[in-house]
Design a protein around this ligand. Structure first.
Ligand code: GLC
Ligand code: GLC
Length: 813
């Protein structure tokens, strides 16, 4: 039992029944360009496209309390001031409920017979956040109350906003027109956009100066204006602009009133900027507020959010015997895949939206779990990412979503990055069959004006890894591979330098077995792709690269019971029985196995059994064992974490999923499900006070058994776990695999499962697939019929019908 809430599966909501959750539990609003972070107490902030360069409302991370600042509504009833989401006043409520749904959050608070419902959402395709507000008098006497809305504006560039007070305290500018509060800082000079915080009903007062509303010596828990009960109608000049409306309401017993606040990002476009000197032309914003003030407009906009998600999720739905797997796959996992696709690792409660932009490897992997929902957007993203590749094959490790330019501070030379581009492109091709993407012309980031085909970018990626190899003929690791904290080339002794970027050790030839495995996987993708394209010579050529790397891996990287992880700058093995600590790692087992190593000589099975013996725990698979107990200069950041956390023997959920796929490859569906459940948040509800993060989305990390807080999760939401879990369960366990030839059905399920069904939209047709498991096995399709006709093998022939196709599958020997 989870004392904080429960899943309402039918409504696709997670319902939080008390506000003091073990950590703030987050939801996201918006799915195109305008995004809001919204916690269960209405905390969070909003931005347009880029949390660093276009932040609309302000948020101070790691505050006390941790989550402070957001979309607040203060209710003043007599002398009592309260918030429907409990915070910031924390006045005790008679009733509280928060429903995190798909693209919306609904918070209801009630006190002394006044019930306030706030429904926050961003309609698809719009740059406006709507707060539908409903006030009900649930008692039997009339009520007169005063409401005060509150938002603190961010001066758009979030880094400057939080650091450069000598400037920012002097630049803030606002205008007020009726119920519209316009935040126009820097609009007079280089900005052609502004923010609008408006109300769809007439207001009885307003404030735009934080000092006037909150008070210099007060906080959001005891803001001056709600306490005194009257707005000051302040106009902010510099300092900190805010938006607040005062609304006086009298409600008869049983009566209710509904209206909305809107928070919009407005681009001025070609409209003249000013009506007259110092007075901005507000026509675009004014029209937006008018549009939402029309009867029915708010509800119609919300209906669009619901329809949007109904449509998207209908592309993949399953009924399977495991309730956690079903609800996560059908709803929350796909929803989280949208968030990671949109935001990469940029803006969550653990990422400030300022540091990282979009990650090259991260975004490529995010596509794997997203491509079935909106392939067109995946296509564009692949092209954007590819254009941050350099002509030698390496790529910018990160880029800024607004400018789509590589981040020069961090640069390239993370030697796994470019290979993930092969995986994302292949997943797009297998999903859509749209080969035109391979001809799309995209430049290399370091050659202005260059254009080359995407296919050539993929070849450049393959060539880079083939070329950049070390003494064991394994790929050089560069700054790091997938494990950002395995820093074999930079011996950092200064606390104030970056583990990844400090000057490379002279002549270092540190190598990565994980990259070798990833290369095998990518090369095999290329071979299949060339065969499908009807280019057998190219398929053979890439096959020969594969064979060569496979031989190298088998000769150089086998340690007796598992695959070595890497060779350090001195040529010593990392992740070998000869090491004192860090003897065995997940990543090399996973990628060697997924890449086809050990398939013919029993090593794959042995490597996986070693994972089970040394790394598996009921809370997930530990990244490596034994944990590093001291700092190792030659290994870098990995040994900087206390044992059991993050890359130092934490449970990194992301790479757990690769092992789960490995079990499916080996045909062990029982292990695959058991491992899956070990990191599944929905299965953590009975130990939620230990786990602490949201039970509806995967976390990046769970503290391992070496930690002092084993089982405690961190870094929820923005993690590669989202996309990879979707793959490991939908394609591995349930075995619904998009392939070049068509949809393949190759389940690997627990023996006890009698069967399951999946409805999958693929290339425009919906396949209703029923799988029966009469003889209680894990893997093996005995018979498949498509619309009643028996077909050979287990690939559903592509159908151009655009309608429904009935597929029956029977497992058996
Ligand atoms: C983080 C990074 C990801 C990296 C992983 C392991 O999740 O976003 O790029 O692969 O950590 O270090
Ligand atoms: C990854 C790791 C994190 C590390 C970062 C870069 O995201 O998860 O531990 O700090 O890379 O240094």
């Amino acid at each position: 039992m989870n004392p904080y809430g429960y899943f309402d599966d039918a409504a696709r909501e997670y319902v939080i029944t008390r506000p003091d959750t073990p950590l703030p539990w987050l939801n996201y609003l918006g799915s195109d360009e305008y995004f809001g972070l919204c916690t269960n107490t209405a905390g969070g902030y909003t931005f347009w496209k880029d949390a660093k360069l276009r932040r609309i409302s302000r948020y101070r991370y790691n505050n006390m309390p941790m989550d402070l600042g957001g979309r607040y509504l203060y209710v003043r009833d007599g002398d009592v001031v309260w918030n429907p989401g409990w915070k910031p006043t924390k006045t005790a409520l008679d009733h509280y409920e928060c429903r995190h749904g798909l693209g919306y959050t609904k918070i209801v608070g009630r006190k002394d017979s006044v019930e306030v419902e706030l429904l926050f959402f961003v309609p698809p395709g719009e740059n406006t956040e709507v707060w539908k507000t409903t006030i009900r008098n649930t008692g039997d006497v009339a009520k007169s109350i005063t409401l005060f809305s509150f938002i603190e504006f961010c001066l758009f560039e979030a880094n400057n906003d939080m650091t450069n007070y000598q400037r920012t305290y002097s630049i803030g500018e606002v205008e007020v027109e009726g119920a519209g509060i316009y935040h126009k800082t820097e609009y007079r000079e280089r900005r052609n956009h502004y923010a609008l915080f408006g109300c769809t009903r007439p207001v009885d007062g307003f404030d735009t100066s934080r000092d006037a509303f909150v008070g210099v010596h007060n906080g959001l828990n005891d803001p001056d204006v709600p306490l005194r009960g009257k707005s000051r109608n302040s106009i902010g000049h510099g300092w900190n602009p805010i938006g607040s409306h005062q609304i006086n309401l009298t409600l008869a017993p049983g009566a209710s009133e509904s209206f909305a606040f809107i928070l919009a990002y407005v681009e001025q476009g070609d409209e003249p900027k000013f009506d007259k000197r110092f007075v901005m032309n507000k026509s675009v914003g004014r029209a937006e507020l008018e549009r939402y003030s029309r009867p029915g407009a708010v509800d119609a906009a919300f209906a669009k959010v619901e329809a949007y998600w109904d449509n998207l999720l209908a592309r993949f739905q399953t009924e399977c015997p495991d309730p956690h797997a079903s609800r996560m796959l059908n709803t929350w996992n796909q929803y989280q895949c949208m968030a990671t696709f949109n935001l990469s690792r940029s803006a969550s409660l653990f990422e400030t939206g300022i540091g990282r932009g979009m990650g090259f490897r991260d975004s490529n992997q995010d596509i794997l779990g997203f491509v079935h929902m909106i392939p067109e957007r995946a296509r564009q993203r692949i092209l954007d990412i590819a254009s941050t590749q350099l002509v030698d094959g390496t790529c910018y490790h990160q880029y800024q979503p607004l400018t789509k330019k590589g981040n020069a501070e961090i640069g390239g030379n993370f030697n796994d990055d470019h290979l993930w581009l092969v995986l994302s492109t292949a997943s797009y091709l297998r999903e859509t069959g749209d080969r035109s993407i391979l001809d799309a012309a995209i430049g290399y980031a370091d050659v202005p004006g260059s254009t080359d085909s995407l296919l050539h970018h993929l070849e450049t990626s393959i060539a880079y890894t083939l070329r950049e190899r070390g003494p064991h003929r394994l790929p050089l690791i560069g700054h790091a591979d997938w494990n950002d904290c395995l820093n074999l080339n930079c011996f950092s002794t200064e606390p104030n330098e970056s583990f990844q970027l400090i000057g490379d050790v002279e002549g270092s030839k540190a190598e990565s077995v994980m990259i070798a495995g990833l290369f095998l996987y990518a090369a095999r993708e290329m071979v299949s792709m060339y065969k499908w394209l009807g280019r057998p010579a190219d398929a053979d050529r890439v096959q020969s690269y594969y064979d060569d790397m496979l031989a190298t891996v088998e000769e150089q990287a086998w340690d007796g019971e598992w695959y070595i992880r890497a060779f350090d700058a001195a040529g010593n093995p990392v992740g070998s029985k000869s090491c004192e600590e860090g003897k065995i790692f997940i990543e090399s087992q996973a990628w060697c196995v997924l890449g086809g190593a050990g398939a013919s000589n029993g090593r794959a099975k042995q490597a996986m059994e070693s994972v089970h013996k040394y790394l598996y725990t009921p809370d997930g698979i530990i990244l490596q064992q034994p944990a590093y107990s001291e700092y190792h200069l030659e290994l870098g950041e990995i040994s900087s974490y206390p044992p059991g956390y993050k890359e130092n023997a934490g449970i990194f959920c992301h790479n757990n999923t690769w092992i789960n796929l490995g079990w499916c490859l080996l045909g062990d569906g029982d292990r695959a499900l058991e491992y899956y459940l070990s990191i599944c948040p929905s299965a953590k509800e009975d130990k939620i006070d230990t786990y602490r993060c949201e039970p509806y989305v995967y976390a990046q990390m769970i503290a391992g058994r070496d930690a002092d807080t084993p089982g405690e999760a961190k870094n929820s939401w923005l993690t590669g776990t989202a996309a990879w879990t979707f793959l490991s369960v939908s394609q591995g366990l349930l075995g619904i695999q998009p392939s070049y030839e068509g949809l393949r059905v190759d389940p690997c399920i627990p023996k006890s499962w009698p069967g399951f069904s999946v409805s999958r939209m693929y290339r425009g047709t919906t396949y209703n697939i029923t799988v029966d498991n009469p003889s209680g096995i894990c893997q093996g399709v005995r018979r498949m019929t498509v619309d009643g006709v028996v077909v050979d093998g287990n690939v559903i022939p592509p159908s151009a019908s655009g309608g429904m196709v009935d597929v029956r599958v029977v497992l058996g020997a």
